[in-house]
Design a protein around this ligand. Structure first.
Ligand SMILES: NC(=O)c1ccc[n+]([C@@H]2O[C@H](COP(=O)([O-])OP(=O)(O)OC[C@H]3O[C@@H](n4cnc5c(N)ncnc54)[C@H](O)[C@@H]3O)[C@@H](O)[C@H]2O)c1
Length: 322
């Protein structure tokens, strides 16, 4: 079962699982996701993670063997004003899922975690065992879920892999990023390119980086989906572990803007504004552990190529899944 299967990453995970021959139960509340994003061969269940009955029924009736958990509250910008929403879904909803899995003796989970668990890193690239001091309720709630899973592993042998990543980007041939309220840099830039926004607002150009703008890690959504599938295949062997899905080197916001200009041919007017509170200058994760232990090798490393896949999808779906 894939939770969050109607969301950006969950829909591509579902697609790749089905292409790899798995049967998939797609579980999502549709708070943010889109029914049309769910692969037609998946067994569709509309349900809320916090609804114990709905979760148990979906797992039991479909004889689920493993869970890929992507359902989450992930709008980080809301974390300062409504922290409880993140703990309600990501931590308590996660508890409901784990309790149901324990009772039904489903002992495999691949968890979509986040590099927000680390907070502001003391050194780069971030490694999995580095200190974790989240700086927002999103990161804290996702870290709390990882901690719950660890105790389920110790108490009754739940097999668990958490994949921590920063900026998922790109699109598969049929599924892409389509949010009603967008906060991610690449889709916002493409909104400018297709005329939905007049300009791009850059948060700060006075950081201690070569071009003054923040540097972030970008990983293609298909590579993320494939890491989930690799993790599933290695769960029996590995037992319990966390992996960063990073690119070792990041791209600055100005580099992202420039790459979007090259891909779209649009000038993309930029307005430089103030820094956002809590935005570290650089966030880049090491992927050495995922490479050596999972055998994960991202197929996309070139930023323009990643953006190109989003551009192709957005050009074909200017109104998303509407
Ligand atoms: N997008 C990124 O760059 C990124 C980076 C790191 C980690 N992640 C993690 O990846 C996962 C997927 O992120 P995404 O970008 O696809 O987000 P998304 O919002 O597109 O997908 C999340 C899905 O979860 C569903 N959902 C939310 N609350 C639910 C609930 N209570 N019950 C059932 N379903 C619920 C939403 O409807 C949505 O379809 C999340 O766990 C997120 O924390 C994302």
């Amino acid at each position: 079962m894939v939770t969050g299967a109607a969301g950006f990453i969950g829909s591509v995970v579902t697609e790749r699982l089905i292409e790899a021959g798995h049967q998939v139960v797609a579980f999502d509340s549709l708070k943010y996701g889109h029914r049309a994003a769910v692969h037609p061969e998946a067994i569709w269940v509309q349900g809320d993670l916090r609804d114990d009955h709905a979760v148990r029924t979906a797992l039991e009736q479909n004889q689920v063997e493993a869970v890929m958990h992507l359902a989450a509250e992930a709008y980080i910008d809301l974390a300062a004003t409504d922290p409880g929403m993140f703990f309600d879904v990501n931590t308590s909803g996660g508890h409901i899922l784990l309790a149901a899995m324990r009772d039904l003796r489903i002992n495999k989970i691949v968890n979509s975690s986040t590099a927000a668990c680390y907070g502001e890193p003391k050194k780069l690239p971030i490694q999995e065992d580095d200190p974790k001091h989240p700086v927002n309720a999103y990161g804290e709630s996702k870290l709390q879920f990882e901690q719950q899973v660890k105790w389920h592993h110790l108490s009754h042998g739940l097999k668990h892999i958490s994949l921590r990543y920063f900026n998922a980007c790109g699109a598969s041939k049929t599924r892409g990023e389509a949010r009603d309220r967008e906060t991610h840099i690449i889709p916002i830039l493409l909104d400018v390119a297709i005329g939905k926004r007049p300009q791009f607002h850059l948060f700060g150009a006075d950081y201690d980086t070569p071009d003054g703008t923040c540097i972030r890690d970008y990983v293609h959504v298909v590579d993320i989906a494939d890491a989930h599938i690799l993790a599933l295949s290695k769960l029996d062997e590995i037992g319990e572990r966390a992996y960063n899905l990073g690119c070792n080197e990041g791209f600055s916001n100005r580099e992202v803007v420039q790459a979007v200009r090259e891909v779209t041919g649009h000038e993309i007017p930029v307005v430089i504004g103030n820094r956002r509170p809590g935005d570290p200058a650089r966030l880049v994760a090491s992927n050495e552990r995922a490479k050596s232990e999972l055998g994960w090798k991202p197929s996309f490393t070139n930023l323009a190529e990643m953006i190109e896949t989003t551009w192709v999808w957005r050009s074909a779906h200017p109104n998303g899944y509407a």
